[in-house]
Write a protein that binds this ligand. Structure first.
Ligand SMILES: Cc1ncc(COP(=O)(O)O)c(C=O)c1O
Length: 400
């Protein structure tokens, strides 16, 4: 008798289903970089330079010298690690400064930073412990996992469909006697479809039932709104969204997550969110880097270059005959068949473009796609190379 685990067997099953993933070493996080085929070499042997259209470093700030200097200063003056949970000795002035700036950018009373956006989602949903979470069907995995952690019941509503949300709330209200606490959760920008949740209409439904709304702005913070606060702030909804959540790891070029909301929400979470209480505070260099990136996004029009790049790429791809979904900086190029999408991604790579194939189960069968994520630091040459590669590779694979 054996009670161990056969992990080789599990990996082989993933391999057989085309679901096995591999790590690949990048030389840097710049828009142009080199990758190593054999990551075991030390130092790795990097191949030819490729242009990356696959990162969430949307504003290209992760290798910006001002952000790098801020991280260095954070490490030198405060330390490389918070050294303990924020509730023990890990609460520093760098954290407080970042939280003040995040709250100002979001238009809320206060903010609280976590060690990742994933931790912020899990910890917050678990701590709120709603009776029911109403969750958009395309919400991010960290929201889904947050719904699974506690004893809440999850009701999934159709993607970006406030009418379906209302129907599901009505059904629940009719089925249950007495008061329940309901949390509605949605991404603002959806990372695989590049579309935006209809937040004003969702707020109306949420208000009708006196529920709470939590919005995940991971892909919007730093990119939308006058003060870079995201879609909630752009739409003037800061007072109607109870919990604003996001990550410091995308446009803000760092690592970590945050919650923004009113005083009592933050005071409650710092007591009750287990991923905050029982985890070492965000590292000071990461907090300092995110704060500087936020300052840059608020004080300079960093997004203008990104939107120009997005418009050129969308137009070029559509003119070639590709279907491009969404309305944001994320350009999902629909291919359809999962094998075609994989082959197209491979061919793009042969032409020096890194853009991942997104397949089921991440997206529905028949809608496999290439997710093109431009960065503000892509040059005209990078964009031209991307469009040329899509034209040539698309013909090679037979999808054009
Ligand atoms: C919508 C959304 N929420 C949360 C997260 C998690 O953020 P983090 O990478 O900081 O854990 C991500 C990112 O991967 C995301 O796309």
């Amino acid at each position: 008798m054996t009670h161990g685990f056969d992990l080789n067997d599990r990996l082989e099953q993933r391999e057989a289903q085309n679901l096995r993933r591999h790590l690949e070493v990048a030389e840097s996080v710049s828009a142009r970089t080199r990758f190593a085929d054999d990551p075991k070499g030390e130092p790795p042997e990097f191949g030819d330079e490729a242009v990356v259209f696959a990162a969430n470093n949307y504003l290209g700030l992760a290798d910006d010298s001002r952000v790098q200097r801020a991280a260095e200063l954070g490490a030198r003056t405060v330390g490389t690690s918070a050294g303990a949970s924020r509730l023990v000795t890990g609460d520093t002035r760098v954290h407080r400064g970042l939280e003040r700036d995040l709250a100002a950018s979001k238009g809320t009373e206060r903010a609280l930073v976590f060690s990742s956006g994933y931790a912020a989602n899990i910890g917050t949903i678990d701590a709120l412990a709603p009776d029911v979470v109403f969750s958009d069907e395309l919400n991010h995995a960290s929201i889904i996992d947050g719904c699974r952690v506690g004893a809440s019941e999850t009701v999934v509503y159709d993607h970006c469909d406030p009418a379906d949300l209302r129907d599901k709330m009505e059904t629940r209200a009719a089925d249950v006697d007495g008061d329940e606490q309901w949390l509605v959760v949605t991404d603002s920008v959806f990372s695989m479809d590049g579309d935006i949740a209809p937040l004003p209409a969702i707020c109306d439904v949420v208000d009708e039932y006196g529920a709470w709304l939590m919005v995940d702005e991971a892909h919007a913070t730093g990119l939308f709104g006058d003060s870079s606060g995201g879609v909630v702030q752009r739409e003037g909804l800061s007072d109607r969204v109870d919990v604003q959540l996001g990550t410091l790891s995308k446009a803000l070029a760092s690592q970590g997550g945050y919650i923004a909301g009113d005083e009592v929400l933050i005071e409650y979470l710092l007591n009750a969110a287990r991923s905050f209480v029982f985890s070492t505070g965000l590292s000071p260099p990461n907090a300092a880097a995110a704060r500087e990136a936020l300052r840059i996004t608020r004080e300079t029009d960093r997004t203008a270059e990104l939107w120009d790049t997005v418009a050129t790429l969308r137009d070029g791809l559509e003119t070639m005959g590709y279907e491009v979904l969404g309305e944001t900086h994320i350009l999902p190029v629909v291919v359809g068949d999962r094998d075609d999408a994989l082959e197209l991604a491979d061919r793009l790579r042969d032409h020096g473009i890194v853009a991942p194939a997104i397949r089921p189960p991440t997206v529905p069968e028949g809608t496999s796609r290439i997710r093109v994520a431009p960065m503000a630091t892509h040059t005209a040459d990078d964009i031209a190379q991307c469009l040329d590669a899509f034209r040539t590779a698309g013909r090679e694979v037979g999808v054009l």
